[in-house]
Design a protein around this ligand. Sequence first.
Ligand code: VG1
Ligand code: CO
Length: 542
Amino acid sequence: MIKTIATTPYDDQKPGTSGLRKKVPVFQQKNYAENFIQAIFDSLEGFAGETLVIGGDGRFYNREVIQIAIKMAAANGFGRVLVGRGGILSTPAASNIIRKYKAFGGIVLSASHNPGGPTEDFGIKYNIGNGGPAPEKITDAIYARTKVIDSYKIADVEDINLDNEGAQDVAGMSVTVIDPVTDYAALMEELFDFAAIRSLISSGFNVVFDAMSAVTGPYAKEIIENRLGAPKGSVLNFVPLPDFGGHHPDPNLVHARALYDQMMADDAPDFGAASDGDGDRNLIIGKGIFVTPSDSLALLAANAHLAPGYSAGLAGIARSMPTSGAADRVAEKLGIKLYETPTGWKFFGNLLDAGLATICGEESAGTGSNHVREKDGLWAVLLWLNILAVRKESVIDIVHSHWATYGRNYYSRHDYEEVDSAAANGLVTALRDQLATLPGKSFGALKVVAADDFAYHDPVDGSVSKNQGIRILFEGGSRVVFRLSGTGTSGATLRVYIERFEPDTSRHGIETQAALADLIAVADEIAGIRSRTGRDAPSVIT
Ligand code: VG1
Ligand code: CO
């Protein structure tokens, strides 16, 4: 019943920021998914008889690869697979299941915020036993293995029934189909004061949540409507669709524009939120104010003690390097450490496991805590609601008083998508070549004080990750950061992160792009963005 199938390697299976992401037709090539999954198993040790968690964000091709992964897990000697009903598990829910049931690890099928469908994106990611994305040591080993793989093992059995909960046997391995929502919702009830949020909502506080036709729909329905009592209809686009209704399931001001417009209207609800394809990102918009993810991280850290799960305070805060320094000011005031990591959630795992950090966040709309080892969209929404229920102030008032206390970090990210790869690489190389000579140079009123290519020294395991983004720091704390995306699937995506700190409260009301205009111009002057990419403007501004 167990077959060993001969195969030949593909040379493009290098995991990026968050697993292997490719267009569906790439994944549909003969043995493409099988090769990668076997390379994962070949890079692990000691899983005989252990539990593997498998789930995905429900996008096109999810079910097919789930079948393959289960049959390969059986053939490779796992003892048990836990799989979400219908093949569905949000990324944070998968992380929770791995931890709760002490699984050896998990396979998460997702391309997150990337669009889905027959010609769009798919992805495979391996998570380790702490529930978090595999560290670079493992992803490097997986990649090395994909380059030489010559066979894979698979159980030659009928397809598994994924739609009925309960246990079944697959070639001697037990497969249990579980409800994707129950364990996650229970965890949220432990962390947050649901009674307080319920009474806030029943007092007339209006919440709207856009699940963007992605995986969070069933979770948000159960938690926000059923358990917290928000009226039916508060959760929009709650049915997960294989192509996300043809939209990008990316909760930003471009792809969640309708929600933004609704929140800026005179009769806006009090609180608006959205999450992405796999449920690990969050967008927070109060009536009349978009909260930048970097500010949201800082605000959540400053107020987390108001929620029962964090009443003992925070051990530390961690943020990715391109994320604004707003959280640094909170850490300073709380007298706790701030850790600066490379982009990608895999770098937070060690800090969380070692108890050094409690809350982590990224500028790309990812926030989370030590409750799981992934970023968690609904968690951030619920922490916001818990804080609002306790403080009984509006989102806009809370944000403004935060800026008054800590100062405001004006912040924006400019993405140039599907740029020619050679042009993008050339731009980065040319920046690297300028690093030594930039310090001391002035551009108008802006003087460069330092420039480097960010390298991270993990304080827990001593590993070093180099070339994680070009930083140009100016006098007064402003900065511009350049890096290439590790999640895109066509051409290159250049990300330019722009930040300026403004301590003066009387200057906190400037429109963000205007507040950053001089830095935006200097970024182009130093990097030659327009001339090298041929683009006049970013594809997406967040
Ligand atoms: C992007 C974001 C990064 C995030 C990653 C995965 O990576 O910038 O902050 O961790 O996506 O998010 P990149 O390399 O394209 O900049 V998700 O929601 O895919 O799981
Ligand atoms: Co995601």
